[in-house]
Design a protein around this ligand. Structure first.
Ligand code: AMP
Ligand code: ZN
Length: 476
């Protein structure tokens, strides 16, 4: 293993070395979107920090197996389906599809599996049955099944809430008197008329009903790692900070209450994306979706760079100015990339090689240290400045291959180059060759030929600009 990755663990409140159960494998479960509506970019801030985590672990030599669930049955999806006058599955299908499109737009690496809650009913029912069997769950007077937190002594360990705070946090519901303790939470909710109307009710030995949201994640996570790796412990479990309590606290109680084994070794939580200081959310009405940005023609690279400029455990305020600055940063990276490609020569250059090594070392140090993306981004821009200085020298540096390789390795992890970088190397070589031919034509005052070459380039989507430093090109 080349890299020692350390990450802040919410469970211990410390940055700790990642120690997977069976390296190089890392099992990663990330709570996915609730597909009642379009995900907003606050949700995607969390998914993007998880994307960076995944990419960095892979860079570090781990084989990551990522599971991201889709919450396609819960209070919100049922209510939204009811309002739309549709069956649950009909209502959620287009939002699931939209989520995948937005994920691709934002260049988020697909998880290995996307379990949908509605497709895991047997696993969920089996988990409830097991908790009943073990005496940590009970059927309430209202016909729902509850988890008895009094039977799980370590309840509250993740969120570090004491009993009093847990009580305050517990939702005051009309079914309160059906529970032994107001803080007990529902594992299985007895089906009501609304659930039946939208097709959100399933038969179970303990009564017809539907799973609670917390139960879904436990059941899907355990089912997936159990079937694939014959384990009941995740290496990493992630989500946004709002999930620490009660969602993740409850996931731990349900999973460990059933298996008697540690549910997740490392808990990671990303901070919020805010708008003028308050959390971006549908409820506050201050949200922007990924499709809004795409429609505005915003390059996903700018969104990624904007988010990665702040550490995942710090809140980010989303502003137009910050987005503009990120767009400018992406443009500079794209220009630099082309310049470096264009300046290619086969010999090696000691100065550039040194800068390349420093870039890789600085980025590794930064990301190994609790995924410090802002420091990695700063190292990248330091590199751009330093290499540009070398390239500006009247005597061009000897070789750029090593520098280019380092730049590509690092930008592959962050994935922050402009979309047009899909210019493949063969095209880039051809462009360079045409630019040289055009310069020769101009030198011999053969302007007709020069214009023909410019048109040829344009036909392939390549724009050129003559500057005092030479001819620059970019893809339209
Ligand atoms: P949901 O679709 O509501 O189940 O949430 C999906 C993910 O987005 C969860 O990990 C939440 O913690 C996260 N999340 C929700 N709102 C925000 C926000 N404003 N900033 C960052 N993450 C968020
Ligand atoms: Zn979850």
């Amino acid at each position: 293993m080349a890299e020692q990755v350390s990450l802040f663990n919410t469970l211990t409140r410390r940055v700790e070395p990642l120690t997977p159960l069976a390296p190089p494998r890392v099992t990663l479960y990330t709570c996915g979107p609730t597909v009642w509506n379009y995900a907003h970019i606050g949700n995607f801030r969390t998914f993007l920090f998880e994307d960076l985590l995944r990419r960095w672990l892979e860079y570090a030599g781990y084989q990551v197996f990522q599971i991201m669930n889709l919450t396609d049955v819960d209070d919100r999806t049922i209510k939204a389906a009811r309002t739309a006058g549709k069956q649950l599955a009909v209502h959620t299908a287009p939002f699931t599809q939209a989520f995948f499109e937005d994920r691709d737009y934002l260049r988020i690496k697909p998880a290995h599996v996307y379990p949908r809650a509605t497709e895991y009913m047997p696993a969920m029912i089996a988990l409830v049955a097991r908790l009943l069997e073990r005496g940590v769950a009970y059927k309430g007077e209202d016909g729902s099944v509850y988890f008895a937190i009094a039977k799980f002594p370590t309840y509250g360990r993740l969120s570090r809430l004491d009993r009093r705070e847990i009580k305050v946090g517990a939702r005051v519901a009309s079914d309160e008197y059906a529970k032994d303790d107001p803080s007990d939470f529902a594992l299985w909710k007895k089906a009501d008329a609304e659930d039946e109307a939208v097709g959100a009710a399933w038969d179970a030995p303990f009564g017809r009903g539907r799973p609670g949201w917390h139960l879904e994640c436990s059941a899907m996570a355990l089912a997936e790692i159990g079937k694939r790796f014959a384990v009941q412990t995740l290496d990493i479990h992630g989500g946004g900070v709002d999930l620490i309590f009660p969602h993740h606290e409850n996931e731990i109680a349900q999973s460990e209450g059933a298996t008697g084994q540690v549910f997740a070794r490392h808990w990671l939580h990303g901070e919020f994306l805010n708008v003028r200081g308050s959390k971006m959310s549908k409820r506050h009405g201050n949200f922007l979706t990924a499709r809004d940005l795409r429609e505005q023609g915003v390059d996903a690279a700018a969104v990624r760079l904007l988010f990665f400029q702040t550490h995942y455990r710090q809140p980010v305020d989303f502003t137009d100015e910050a987005l503009e600055a990120a767009k400018e940063g992406v443009r500079r990276l794209g220009e630099f990339h082309q310049r470096l490609q264009g300046a290619g020569s086969r010999e090696r250059g000691a100065e550039l090689d040194k800068l390349a090594e420093r870039l890789e070392a600085d980025v590794a140090t930064a990301l190994n240290d609790d995924l410090n993306a802002p420091r990695a981004v700063a190292a990248l821009f330091d590199f751009v400045r330093a290499v540009n200085r070398e390239l500006d020298k009247p005597v061009a540096p000897a070789g750029t291959a090593r520098a280019l390789a380092a730049f590509v390795r690092v930008t592959d992890v962050l994935d922050v180059l402009p979309t047009a970088r899909s210019a493949d190397p063969a095209l880039a070589r051809w462009v360079e060759e045409r630019i040289v031919a055009r310069a020769q034509a101009r030198k011999s005052k053969d302007f007709k030929v020069a214009d023909v070459i410019r048109a040829e380039l344009l036909a392939k989507g390549v724009e050129i600009e003559d500057t005092p430093q030479g001819t620059k090109w970019r893809l339209r």
